[in-house]
Design a binder for this molecule. Structure first.
Ligand code: AP5
Length: 229
C-alpha cells in the first residue's frame, strides 16, 4: 500500500511540474547539527506551506512510541551516530508516500549518507533544490547546548539567542537528550564524515547558504532561492 501511495504521490507531483503553473516544490535542507535546519524549516513551512519531514523527528517519535524501529534507533541516537539504513530509509520513504506530500515537501536531515542518497534516487524521489546551511563548527556547540524545545507547539528556542518570551513558556521547555557537548561533538564528526558524499549526488541543484547570521537574514536568502525555483 505504501509503495502504491508513493507512486501516486510522485506521479501527482511530477504531472503538476509538467503543467508548469503550480509546480510542486521538493526541497532538501542539510547542514551540521544545530546549523539551523529546524529553525529555517519553521519559517519555510509558514511561508510556502510545504510538508515538513524531519528524519530526526520521525525517529524521536518512533522512540517515544516504543516501536520496533524506535527500539533499534535509540542506542544510535543516544550516541549521536547515524541510525542504520534498514530503519531510517523505509521510515522516510513511507512518510514521503503520505498524501500530504503531494503538495510539495521539505526534507530535513535526510539523506545523510551516500547510501541514503542512492536509495532516494533509486526510488525516483528527486528534489529540485538542495540547501546546505554553512555554519562554522565553533558556533555549533553553543547552539546545541542552549537549545530548548516547546512541547506544546514545537517552537525551537535558544536560552541566549531566542529565549522564551514568558516565564510560563520557559517553565515547560524540554532539552533533547543528545544535546550535550560530548554527543554534539560526535554528531558533528559524523556529519563531516558523510556530507561530501551526499553533496556530490546533488551538485547540480545545490545552493550553499551562510547560516551564521541572524535567522531572519538566513531566511531571506532561502526565500529568494525557493521563489526562483
Ligand atoms: P536531528 O534531529 O536531525 O539532529 P541534527 O541533524 O543534529 O540537527 P539538529 O536538530 O540538532 O539541528 P538543526 O540544524 O535542526 O538546528 P535548530 O534549528 O534546532 O537528528 C538527531 C539524530 O537522529 C542523529 O544524531 C541520528 O542519530 C538520527 N538521525 C537523524 N537523521 C538521520 C538519518 N538521515 N540517518 C540516520 N540517522 C539519522 O537550531 C539549533 C539551535 O540553534 C536552536 O536553539 C536555535 O534556536 C538556534 N539557532 C538556529 N538558527 C540560529 C541562528 N541563525 N542564529 C543563532 N542561533 C540559531
Amino acid at each position: 500500500v505504501a509503495i502504491a501511495a508513493a507512486a501516486l504521490a510522485i506521479k501527482a507531483s511530477k504531472s503538476s511540474t509538467i503543467g508548469g503553473a503550480s509546480k510542486q516544490k521538493r526541497i532538501v535542507i542539510a547542514g551540521a547539527p544545530a546549523s539551523g535546519k529546524g529553525t529555517q524549516c519553521e519559517m519555510i513551512v509558514k511561508k510556502f506551506g510545504l510538508t515538513h519531514i524531519s528524519a530526526g523527528d520521525l525517529l524521536r517519535a518512533a522512540v517515544a512510541a516504543g516501536t520496533d524501529a524506535g527500539k533499534k534507533a535509540k542506542e544510535y541516537m543516544d550516541r549521536g551516530d547515524l541510525v542504520p539504513n534498514e530503519v531510517v530509509v523505509t521510515m522516510v520513504k513511507d512518510r514521503l508516500a503520505q498524501p500530504d506530500c503531494a503538495k510539495g515537501w521539505l526534507l530535513d536531515g535526510y539523506p545523510r549518507s551516500e547510501e541514503q542518497a542512492e536509495a532516494l534516487i533509486e526510488s525516483g524521489i528527486d528534489p529540485d533544490l538542495f540547501l546546505l546551511l554553512d555554519v562554522p563548527d565553533e558556533i555549533l556547540i553553543d547552539r546545541v547546548v542552549g537549545r530548548r524545545l516547546d512541547p506544546v507547539d514545537g517552537t525551537i528556542y535558544h536560552m541566549t539567542f531566542f529565549p522564551p518570551p514568558t516565564p510560563e513558556i520557559a517553565a515547560r521547555l524540554t532539552q533533547r537528550s543528545d544535546d550535550t557537548e560530548e554527543k554534539a561533538a560526535n554528531r558533528l564528526a559524523v556529519h563531516h564524515k558523510n556530507v561530501d558524499a551526499v553533496v556530490g549526488k546533488y551538485e547540480s541543484i545545490m545552493k550553499n547558504v551562510d547560516g551564521n547570521r541572524a535567522k531572519q537574514d538566513v531566511f531571506k536568502d532561502i526565500e529568494r532561492l525557493i521563489k526562483a525555483m
